[in-house]
Design a protein around this ligand. Structure first.
Ligand code: PLZ
Length: 443
């Protein structure tokens, strides 16, 4: 079979085979789970998804920032096959294996900071964030957790409490875990003009000190660039100021790098951009190219504060998922995918900025590396326009380009291409997006 290398629409999107599967799905799969674009995928490689109708679509979403190395990177596929052929599970808590240890060694080397580190592996980003909080609480003997406006940390009970947005993530699912305190962050497009990162941090810190008390805080949990909340990059200086405050008060700084990690923002981890060294880092998504794997990595004295048996789970650090992670990390290193991410940003940002200036429907263009966004507004101001973002996304989907939306107001179109996406497909995907935005502006 020869690999498909270009976008090709054989039917409308979704086509008849996907629609038939969608009808079966409605009778078998819970309605609470929705899909951005109900085309049923039969294969994926080289930045293209092939669906049940034989359409090939350009993927600018990477399964929400997961397939950073592509959908079927050879090093991942080979290592997964090899490991699955040897054994698929023993449970690391029953009888361990080397792959787990190797992933933890890699995490110690790749995450920011030269200090002594330990890691523990889990299955999902939410599980990693939740365990980072458990570790911080045991290590500090404190309970309070500080999170930010627009934050997203997951869907489990504790991480729902950490997540800001009610519908669809929290509404009806309470009661939520206690001792979670939300403070304002830094959202340059929506903050007072000229507000610096230091000023935003001072406001957050003032709130924490007045309403919680520094000595009650176990952890500050923060996404260095917010993901689901709108690809919000804080003003320079915000993260370093928070980090200094955490150090001064013995508060554990937890960086949620679930979406930003593994070369997505042009560095291995987004914290590196301002030389911030978190005490704990939660990772998932890009770590294993789609196999379920997540980690908490951080200061040895914090992780080792939890007594044996206090952390774990049946599947955490599954050997096949670890093999995938080692293949993904090998690919990121060998192919300099952090550099590739910077290259993608260098291509996309100027085109989005020109499009914003030309059309007026985009109020802000932002992002770093291959984590890029356009925030749609009613022209002339900052009023969010989620309907415009939705129509543009739908037009891209109909034309065979997978884009995602996000944001507290649902008005942010985000691009998360595989870092290995060929330049011609990125160019073509952007052309489709530009056309869709011009159509929107002409409505
Ligand atoms: N932290 C920063 O982005 C997952 C979730 C999509 P899990 N983001 C995509 C959805 O609607 O469920 C995410 C994240 C950040 C934590 C998580 C949670 O990671 O692997 O989905 O549990």
């Amino acid at each position: 079979m020869t690999a498909t290398t270009h976008r090709r629409l054989r039917t409308e999107i979704p086509g008849p085979a996907s629609r038939a599967l969608q009808r079966r799905r409605a009778r078998a799969v819970a309605a609470g789970l929705s899909s951005v674009l109900p085309v049923y995928v039969t294969s994926a490689e080289g930045g293209l998804l092939t669906d049940a109708d034989g359409n090939t679509l350009i993927d600018l979403g990477s399964g929400i920032a997961v397939t950073n190395v592509g959908h079927s990177a050879p090093a991942v596929v080979d290592r997964v096959r090899e490991q699955a052929g040897r054994f698929t599970h023993t449970c690391f808590m029953v009888a361990p294996y080397e792959g787990y240890v190797r992933v933890c060694e890699e995490l110690a080397e790749l995450t920011p900071g030269e200090h002594e580190k330990r890691s523990v592996l889990f299955n999902s980003g939410a599980e990693a964030v939740e365990n980072a909080v458990k570790i911080a609480r045991v290590a500090t003997g404190r309970q309070a957790v500080v999170v930010f406006d627009h934050a997203y940390h997951g869907r489990t009970n504790l991480t729902m409490a950490l997540t800001a947005k009610s519908v669809p993530y929290k509404h009806g699912f309470g009661p939520f875990a206690p001792e979670v305190y939300r403070v304002p962050g830094s959202y340059p497009f929506r903050d007072a003009p000229g507000r610096t990162g230091e000023q935003a941090a001072a406001a957050a810190i003032d709130r924490i000190e007045k309403q919680v008390g520094a000595d009650a805080v176990a952890a500050v949990v923060i996404e260095p660039v917010q993901g689901e909340g709108g690809f919000v990059e804080p003003a320079p200086g915000f993260l370093p100021a928070l980090s200094r405050w955490c150090t001064r008060h013995g508060v554990v700084l937890v960086a949620d790098e679930v979406q930003t990690g593994f070369c997505r923002t042009g560095d291995w981890f987004a914290c590196e951009h301002e030389n911030v060294i978190p005490d704990l880092v939660a990772t998932a998504k890009g770590i294993a190219a789609g196999l379920p794997l997540a980690a908490v990595t951080g200061r040895a004295e914090l992780l080792d504060a939890v007594p044996p048996g206090g952390l774990g789970g049946t599947y955490g650090g599954n050997p096949v998922a670890c093999a995938a992670a080692l293949g993904a990390i090998e690919t990121m290193r060998a192919d300099d995918l952090a550099g590739a991410a910077r290259g993608i940003g260098g291509t996309v940002l100027p085109r989005l900025r020109a499009l914003a200036a030309e059309t007026g429907v985009i109020g802000d263009v932002r992002g770093r590396g291959a984590m890029l966004a356009a925030e749609f507004v009613v022209p002339g101001g900052t009023e969010p326009d989620p309907a415009a973002a939705g129509r543009v996304a739908a037009a891209c989907h109909a034309a065979g380009v997978v884009v995602l939306t996000c944001g507290t107001y649902g008005n942010v179109l985000r691009l998360l291409p595989p870092l290995s996406l060929p330049a011609d497909l990125l160019d073509e995907g952007l052309s489709v997006l530009e056309h869709a935005v011009r159509q929107e502006a002409a409505r």
